[in-house]
Design a protein around this ligand. Structure first.
Ligand SMILES: [Zn+2]
Length: 451
C-alpha cells in the first residue's frame, strides 16, 4: 500500500486530513450507468471500488445495486443511493452505524453488526463518475447539457457571450466561474445523497475520458475527417460507399497491427449519417469502444499528416492533421507506459504536455467548426460534451490520471452484470442479481486461493 502516498490531495483538503493516517485510507470511486439489453429493457447498475487497484472487474469492483429501469421511478434510485451513501459513511468512519439513513435505530447493530469494519482501515469517496445521464439522475441539477448552463462545475453557457462553452484553455472566461463545493451542495444538486457525506468535495464529480473523448470526440471528428478525405480522393475513386469500404479495409488492417478487434460495421454513408443526410456525421457508439477509438485516432493521424504534407498550401488539411496529432499526443501523455513509476497520477511534465495538446486540439477544432459554419456545412460539430475535456485536462489531470480514473473497467463490468440481469426473473431482479454476483465472486475467490 506504499502507493497511497502517491495520491495528491487538492490543496483545500490537505489541512482537513492532517490527523488521518493516509496509509490506511482506501480512495473509492463510485460508478453508475444504464445498460441496454434486448427487448428494449435497460438496467441501472451501480458499482464501487478502490481507485488504486487494477485488474478484472470481478476482483476490483463491488456491485452496489442493479435495477430494471422500467420498474423504477427516480425515487427508487434516490432511496438506493441514500443507502449507498450511508454505507460509504460507514466506510469513511471505519465503524458500523447504529442508526439507518433516516436516523432510526438500525436493528442489525443490536444483533452484532457493530464495531470496526476492517481494523484501522477506512475508505473515502474520491470520485463519482458515469455518463451524463447518470450524473443527472444522481444529482438532479436544474441544468443539463441542453439548458443554457451546460456544465455541473462551472457557469459555461450556450448563449451568454462572455461565458460561452466553446471557449477553451486556461484563460477561458468560464474558468473564473468554477462552482464551489458550497454552491454545488446548496444550489445545484437538488438531492442530498452523496453531497451529504461529511467532507464531500466538488472534486468528487469526475468527468470521464471514455465517454467524453473515446465515445464522443474521436468518433465525431473521425466521421467528419473520413467524409472529407473521401471527397479529396484519398481512398480512391468511385461512389462514396466504395471509397469508404476501402477506408474500412485500411482501418481494419490498422486494428490488426494494434491487436485490437474491429467490431464495427463497414463504413458507409448511411452509417456515418445515422440521423439522416442533413445531420452531422458520427460513428455510431455501439460499434466503437475505447481501444478502437485510440486506433482510429492514430490511423487518421497518419493519413491526415500525409495529406497535409502533400498539400502544404492547404491550411484546412493542416488543421485537420493537427486535430488527430493532438488527440494522439493527449493519449500518449496519459498512457501508463509513458508515466513510469506512477500508479494513478501523471508525471508533471506529462500534465503540461497534455494541457498543451488539449489547447491545440481545441484551437484546431474550433477553427474547422467555424469554417464549416461559414460555408454552411455540417462538419466538425462542437457540443457541450467537448467542454468537459477542459475540466478533465485542466482540473483533474494533476490529481488523477484520466485514463486510470476513466470508466473502461466499469463499462466492461456493465456488460457482465447486464448478462446476469437478463437471465433473472424481473420480479426479484435487484436481490437475485446481488446474490448471484456474490456467489460468483465468492466461488472465484475461493478457486483463486486454492489454485
Ligand atoms: Zn464547465
Amino acid at each position: 500500500m506504499a502507493k497511497c502516498v502517491e495520491i495528491v490531495l487538492p490543496v483545500q483538503c490537505v489541512g482537513a486530513y492532517q490527523d488521518v493516517n493516509l496509509n490506511r485510507i482506501i480512495p473509492l470511486a463510485v460508478h453508475g450507468d444504464d445498460a441496454e439489453a434486448h427487448r428494449r429493457r435497460s438496467f441501472s447498475i451501480c458499482t464501487f471500488g478502490s481507485l488504486l487497484v487494477k485488474g478484472s472487474f470481478w476482483d476490483t469492483k463491488i456491485l452496489s445495486f442493479c435495477t430494471d429501469v422500467s420498474q423504477c421511478s427516480s425515487e427508487t434510485t434516490h432511496q438506493l443511493e441514500l443507502w449507498l451513501t450511508w454505507s460509504l459513511l460507514e466506510l469513511q468512519l471505519g465503524e458500523f452505524l447504529d442508526v439507518d439513513p433516516w436516523g432510526q435505530p438500525y436493528p442489525p447493530f443490536l444483533k452484532g453488526r457493530s464495531g470496526k469494519i476492517c481494523g484501522e482501515w477506512k475508505a473515502v469517496l474520491v470520485a463519482h463518475k458515469g455518463d451524463e445521464r447518470y450524473m443527472q439522475k444522481s444529482y438532479r441539477p436544474l441544468s443539463s447539457w441542453v439548458s443554457d448552463n451546460v456544465c455541473l462545475v462551472c457557469a459555461a453557457s450556450q448563449t451568454q457571450e462572455d461565458l460561452l462553452y466553446t471557449q477553451f484553455g486556461p484563460s477561458a472566461l468560464h474558468r473564473s466561474s468554477m462552482t464551489s463545493t458550497k454552491k454545488f451542495i446548496q444550489d445545484i444538486s437538488q438531492v442530498q445523497t452523496f453531497t451529504a457525506l461529511p467532507g464531500w468535495h466538488i472534486f468528487c464529480v469526475q468527468f470521464d475520458l471514455l465517454h467524453v473523448c473515446d465515445l464522443a470526440i474521436i468518433p465525431e471528428c473521425s466521421a467528419s475527417a473520413l467524409i472529407e478525405l473521401c471527397a479529396a480522393g484519398v481512398f480512391g475513386t468511385g461512389a462514396n460507399d466504395e471509397r469508404l469500404r476501402r477506408a474500412n479495409v485500411l482501418f481494419t488492417r490498422a486494428c490488426k497491427l494494434a491487436r485490437v478487434r474491429n467490431r464495427g460495421q463497414m463504413f458507409s454513408m448511411k452509417q456515418l449519417f445515422p440521423a439522416g443526410p442533413n445531420s452531422y456525421p458520427t460513428l455510431v457508439q455501439k460499434n466503437f469502444n475505447g481501444s478502437e477509438a485510440v486506433v482510429m485516432a492514430k490511423w487518421l493521424e497518419t493519413i491526415c499528416l500525409k495529406v497535409a504534407e502533400d498539400n502544404p498550401q492547404d491550411a484546412h488539411a493542416g488543421l485537420r492533421a493537427a486535430i488527430f496529432v493532438n488527440l494522439v499526443a493527449m493519449r500518449q501523455c496519459m498512457s501508463p507506459a509513458n508515466n513510469p513509476g506512477r500508479h494513478v497520477t501523471l508525471l508533471p511534465a506529462n500534465v503540461e504536455r497534455l494541457r498543451r495538446a488539449c489547447y491545440l486540439f481545441k484551437a484546431a477544432h474550433n477553427s474547422l467548426a467555424l469554417e464549416a459554419v461559414q460555408q454552411e456545412k455540417l462538419f466538425w460539430k462542437v457540443r457541450p460534451k467537448y467542454h468537459k475535456l477542459d475540466h478533465i485536462v485542466f482540473d483533474q489531470s494533476q490529481y488523477l490520471s484520466p485514463v486510470h480514473a476513466s470508466c473502461y473497467n466499469d463499462e466492461d463490468g456493465m456488460g457482465k452484470i447486464k448478462n446476469l440481469a437478463r437471465i433473472t426473473n424481473p420480479r426479484k431482479l435487484g436481490l437475485t442479481v446481488l446474490l448471484r454476483w456474490t456467489a460468483y465472486v465468492c466461488v472465484r475467490w475461493v478457486r483463486m486461493a486454492t489454485e
